[in-house]
Write a protein that binds this ligand. Sequence first.
Ligand SMILES: Cc1ncc(COP(=O)(O)O)c(C=O)c1O
Length: 395
Amino acid sequence: MYRIGEAESKRVEKLLMSGEIFRYGKAGECDQFEVDWGKRLGVAHVRMTTSGTAALYCALIGLKVGPGDSVIVPSCTYMATALAVVAAGAIPIVADVDDSITLSAEDVERRIQPHTKAIIPVHMWGLPCDMDGIMAVAERHNALVLEDACQAVGGGYEGRMLGSIGHAGAFSFNYYKNMTSGEGGAFVSNDEAVAQRGSVATDCCSYYWNPEEHRPEAQFAGLNFRATEISGTILNAQLERIDEMLDRMRGHKRHLLKIGEDAGLTSIQNNSLDYECGTHLGFIFDGEASARSFASQIKESGGKAFLPIDTGRHVYTRWDPIMRKQGAHHPSLDPFNLPENKALGIEYSEDMCQDSLDILSRSVLIGMHPDNDSERVEVIAKAIREAAADVLVSG
Ligand SMILES: Cc1ncc(COP(=O)(O)O)c(C=O)c1O
């Protein structure tokens, strides 16, 4: 989404002229990306997929999540996080976000059950979750952690790369993400068995492409979420851009955060300002009216401001297939109908995460962009100062 241009176009043209657009049978672009992304994250295994949703699903299969398991997901995430859990045959438990607009470690502790096999912290809008808190709860309860880093590609948390901290991580490279090949994804893990099971889910033929691989896991029926060399080559070009882009946005965010705080605003909780993506700046207000007034004044200046409650598909109340317990295309395959899942007794209601609804409707996020020059950043800074003065006086 952020930048795509000549470097990508040259690489794609070269690839197309070679005719080698299938990933297997050579050490090609996808192999290169998997090696380089693994090095960057410091993880042993990377497997490209066709999307972030597929990456989440394959990682869950890799972690052996299935019927009889619950998986904790945050109340604010793209619906695919919860749908991947259901696709794996398990049942999501929805937990609150805190003032960071990401999964609350405290609420995970409150809602975790003996049957909870995994927790999915989602680094929404490039904002890292409280990973120390979440890993500690997971360890106390013997749960696995799958980081949904789909919206946080390239970001970090206190010196470690997002996606590399839990037992597995998932990334999206769709059009809106920090690196993009139009569509695409990858899951990662340091655990070889997780990577291999996940690879079978990614590619039903995976074993036959690499018959020499040592496989402790039995083969099972997978599908096909194989990436193309076209995605691989675009992402190899995108890797060269990501650090400079995120550095710029982090710098702009820090500057605007200070402007806002000096003007009397309260920032959302930032869990790792020095390492995060810097794609969004957030302020939290006493009430929804102040948040709405602030956001509309920023928008008038051309800034990209929004209330997270307004994004619809990112709020649990709008996840229709989950809220209605329609977990599959056929009732006999529907995880919500399986006896081992019915025994978990998980129910959903509109008000089950009231604290989240409150936080999401009192917060304003402002999108950064690496192409913003200092003049543009100063226009946003001025708008923040003026809107803050207005809202804080009338509030
Ligand atoms: C937090 C989150 N998880 C998962 C996904 C799914 O990724 P994809 O659209 O590549 O399937 C997205 C994509 O928007 C996302 O934002």
